[in-house]
Ligand binder design. Structure first.
Ligand code: GTP
Ligand code: MG
Length: 447
């Protein structure tokens, strides 16, 4: 086996291993939590694995209407399979044909024909182009002369997929030599524009005449009769065929591997985002549930001294519940350490806890008075209790939010350190709104 071919095999094997690993990692996620809706992404991963096993290379032709996309693909296959014609918009939907080049039994090639990029409606066009381009391993961008701004924009759009791209200059039979040379120069210079060179890995321009215009020729028969006949010149497409096969032989299987990896990466990023979104919603619900319970428990608990240990236990329970949700279970020790870090890195949390004690004292005193039969004592107790409950609940809310961010980042504070991160998170919380909501909740439970 040549060194090139060994390298290609290595790339294929790496891609297979990487996709299998992703599947092994994400399949159980879906089983655990069907709400995750990551089925489409998992299907992409499965599809990529199959594609690698089948060794099918996809080549897609793009371009504006009537540039000869269908004709170029027919020319490659050597048969007129795809309809072509002078009316704009002959091809309305992507369509694919198999191409088995002579002497190339190892790879199978699927050629994908697409409608003109300026034919179908804007949104649909962009979606179609994105979808087909993402599937393709190699892109042919077909032009038929100097390019328009729309054509350049389309080219730039396709270049952003980072797929190898061959610029196909079709209909060269229509131009006299000097024009041909000038247009070719312009097209080549185009590929050297900075924004394109940065995006394109392959910058090749190939001239073809996929379906040369028939010429009327004058035929003089031996008996002197003169007839006019249409003469069909043979397509000039050999150079493109050769270029494609060269790219495929050189790096075909590596292209397959690379493309599968790019798609896997994109699917993984979407899975990560979806997991994060679902976790975020669940975490918000969990934090609010603990916040509310803590606020209510502290508001109705008559013994102030129990507020502090009770509050800490509630905070720790919240930290542990969140860590389970994010699949990063913390031990009791770790949870306590995190809680202490939160408490000491945030002045307002400590103040909140102190306020709980002070207000709690008042609450205990009021309860004692209240128990001796003084109704005024009871009514004095209630606003203090509500405030104390709300402040304690707000503390739990802060603990919850900070823990959520900490877990979301995989149990790290990032390079900023706990104090800065905690401070930033606390600044984003709207304390007034949360305290107000908590007071409302406590009030509606008490009365
Ligand atoms: N002179 C000349 N005409 C060509 C050549 N290739 C294609 N054509 C003609 O250009 C017209 C459009 O060709 P198609 O292959 O249908 O073009 P397309 O880009 O697929 O067009 P849509 O599907 O409508 O977007 C047809 O009339 C072809 O005969 C060529 O090399 N030379
Ligand atoms: Mg067509």
């Amino acid at each position: 086996m040549s060194r090139q071919s060994t390298r290609q095999e290595t790339h294929l094997n790496l891609a297979r291993a990487s996709i299998r690993r992703s599947l092994a990692q994400y399949n159980p996620l879906l089983r655990q939590d069907p709400a995750l809706a990551i089925q489409p992404e998992l299907q992409i991963l499965h599809g990529n694995l199959e594609k690698l096993d089948q060794n099918v290379i996809r080549i897609a032709a793009f371009g504006l209407v009537s540039r000869g996309k269908s004709a170029v693909l027919n020319g490659l296959v050597g048969q007129k399979i795809l309809p072509t014609g002078p009316i704009h918009g002959v091809t309305q939907w992507p369509r694919s044909v198999r191409w088995i080049p002579q002497g190339q039994s190892k790879v199978q090639i699927e050629l994908i024909d697409t409608p003109g990029l300026d034919e179908i409606g804007g949104e649909v066009r962009a979606d179609m182009a994105r979808e087909v381009a993402q599937e393709a391993d190699l892109i042919l961008f077909v032009v038929a002369g100097d390019i328009t701004q729309t054509e350049y924009d389309a080219l730039l759009f396709l270049a952003h997929t980072h797929k190898p791209l061959i610029l196909v200059f079709n209909k060269v039979d229509l131009y006299p030599d000097p024009d041909l040379a000038a247009i070719s120069r312009n097209l080549q210079q185009l590929g050297q524009r900075e924004e394109l060179t940065q995006l394109l890995t392959t910058q090749e321009m190939v001239r073809v005449a996929a379906e040369p215009m028939p010429r009327q020729v004058r035929v003089e028969l031996p008996d002197g009769e003169v007839r006019y006949e249409w003469e069909y010149a043979a397509p000039q497409i050999e150079e493109l065929r050769g270029k494609i096969l060269q790219v495929l032989n050189r790096e075909g299987r590596s292209l397959l591997a690379l493309n599968a990896l790019v798609q896997t990466q994109a699917a993984e990023a979407r899975i990560a985002q979806k997991t994060l979104d679902v976790h975020h919603q669940q975490a918000e619900a969990l934090i609010w549930q603990y916040t509310r319970s803590k606020a209510l428990a502290i508001a109705v608990n008559p013994i102030a001294l129990l507020d502090i240990p009770g509050g800490a236990i509630a905070d720790l329970a919240l930290i542990r519940a969140l860590s389970r949700l994010y699949g990063l279970p913390l031990t009791d020790r770790e949870a306590r350490k995190l809680w202490k870090t939160l408490l000491f890195s945030s002045g307002s949390l400590i103040l909140g806890e102190l306020a709980t004690v002070l207000l709690g004292m008042g609450k205990t005193a009021a309860t004692v008075v209240g128990a001796t039969g003084e109704t005024a004592g009871l009514s004095a107790w209630i606003p203090g209790a509500i405030l104390q409950g709300a402040i304690a609940g707000y503390g739990a809310y802060q603990v919850g939010q900070i823990t959520r961010v900490y877990l979301q980042q995989g149990c790290t504070w990032g390079n900023l350190g706990p104090s800065t991160v905690i401070h930033q998170i606390l600044q984003q919380l709207d304390s007034q709104a949360i305290l107000y909501r908590l007071r409302q909740e406590i009030e509606s439970s008490l009365y």
